[in-house]
Design a protein. Structure first.
Length: 159
């Protein structure tokens, strides 16, 4: 049976605004609820906000905070900003791509990990920086990255 996006969104957004200027907060609310913006729900979201689907897609494409792809259970973010880059963050990202078998921006086939990169996390002095499930890890290395992934995989096997 097809999902009833209209009913689901009406319920989720019952207290939210419904004008074009409410687009960003509404998208944040939807992403927080679904962990991504479900592509199938875009027509309903656009209608509710009184914007065209192409306008909505433009907003979604512009802001990296929004994603149309479901995220994995664990999100790993590697900073590739200048301060982290000069301390080797590119090698960390490459190590993670190898260990996880995905490119940055993708989710592993088992749905366990999403690998992301950003251009600065605002804590350049402690780079290279990685954020794993919201926890910041300072002065990381390819080995740190590999160990963090292994720890999560081990924990998942036990649970
Ligand atoms: S460049 Fe990595 S935290 Fe700023």
């Amino acid at each position: 049976m097809e999902r009833d996006w209209k009913a689901e969104l009406d319920d989720l957004l019952k207290d939210a605004g419904s004008r074009p200027r409410d687009t960003i907060p509404v998208l944040h609310q939807i992403q927080e609820h679904f962990d991504h913006i479900p592509p199938a729900a875009l027509p309903f979201i656009a209608r509710r906000l009184r914007v065209s689907e192409s306008e909505l897609f433009g907003v979604l494409s512009f802001y990296r905070a929004f994603t149309l792809k479901p995220k994995g259970k664990h999100t790993i973010t590697v900073c590739l900003g200048t301060a982290c880059h000069v301390r080797g963050s590119e090698r960390i990202a490459e190590e993670l791509e190898t260990v996880l078998g995905v490119s940055a921006g993708d989710t592993t086939a088992d749905g366990l990990f999403t690998l992301e990169t950003v251009n600065c996390l605002g804590c350049c002095a402690i780079g290279p920086v990685m954020v794993v499930d919201g926890v910041t890890h300072a002065r990381t290395s390819p080995q740190t990255a590999r160990d963090l992934v292994e720890n999560i995989r081990t924990g998942e096997k036990k649970s």
